[in-house]
Design a protein around this ligand. Structure first.
Ligand SMILES: Cc1cc2nc3c(=O)[nH]c(=O)nc-3n(C[C@H](O)[C@H](O)[C@H](O)COP(=O)(O)OP(=O)(O)OC[C@H]3O[C@@H](n4cnc5c(N)ncnc54)[C@H](O)[C@@H]3O)c2cc1C
Length: 214
């Protein structure tokens, strides 16, 4: 069964009964391969309150169904440039128009483009269920390759990042089909408290963990 609720409470009710969350479905459909989708899905993209970027206190709140194209178009401070660059790198424009930030995090692919820039921004994720709402640091939420602490009856409602004081350098992505070796970021500016986040690095237990250069 496929349901498109217009409010969060109805979605949480369906999740409590065993339905699975669907957003842009750009990971779900390819993941199903040639087989038809089975089970019950609740499409959360019809819940208007879950979409968009806004200030919440001293944090930037990215609603869960905010798409990559929304991120590209959003008025965000320079520290979010790496996130914007990642948004422009996710598939092609058609995928960016459908794929959501939360879907990228919940799918937890080791190659997810959204994870490193959000780790550097000290992002937290907000998770809701009929049992209540909780927040987890992103580096706690994603606890391995394709593994997260999302409970079956939970939906991610937002990603929250404190407004950073510093500037974040653009990310470096190895071009597809070219060398798999790492590329270097260079800067002529002095860097204080540098941070580095990586993806697609094995073994899985080190994936998505933030590294600090000291
Ligand atoms: C052709 C193509 C190219 C791609 N290229 C890239 C790329 O370059 N980089 C990259 O990182 N990704 C890429 N992707 C993967 C995908 O587009 C992204 O990961 C996208 O952000 C997923 O979002 P979605 O809304 O489509 O997720 P969905 O497919 O709807 O969901 C993915 C998973 O997350 C769960 N989920 C979704 N939203 C929520 C929520 N709010 N709460 C709880 N669980 C949720 C779903 O249950 C499912 O398990 C590509 C995909 C395709 C088809």
């Amino acid at each position: 069964m496929y349901t498109r609720p217009s409010n969060l409470d109805d979605a949480l009710g369906l999740l409590a009964e065993g339905a699975r969350v669907m957003a842009g479905a750009t990971d779900i459909f390819p993941g199903a391969g040639e087989s038809p989708l089975r089970g019950n899905y609740v499409d959360v993209t019809t819940i208007a309150a879950l979409r968009g970027v806004r200030l919440q206190g001293n944090a930037v709140r990215i609603g869960a169904t905010t798409t990559w194209s929304d991120i590209v178009a959003a008025d965000l401070p320079p520290a979010f440039d790496a996130l914007k660059a990642a948004a422009r790198d996710v598939g092609a424009v058609q995928i960016q128009n459908r794929g959501t930030v939360a879907g990228n995090l919940c799918n937890a692919s080791p190659a997810a483009d959204g994870v490193p820039p959000l780790l550097i921004l000290d992002a937290e994720v907000e998770l809701a269920s009929r049992r209540g709402t909780r927040r987890l640091a992103l580096d706690v939420f994603v606890n391995g390759a394709r593994s997260t602490l999302l409970a079956p009856d939970e939906v991610m409602t937002a990603i929250l990042t404190p407004l950073p004081a510093s500037t974040i350098l653009p990310r470096a992505k190895t071009p597809r089909g070219k060398s798999r070796s790492a590329r270097a970021l260079t800067s002529t500016k002095a860097i204080e408290l540098p941070r580095l986040a990586t993806r697609s690095i094995s073994p899985p237990e080190t994936t998505n963990r933030r590294a600090r250069i000291v």
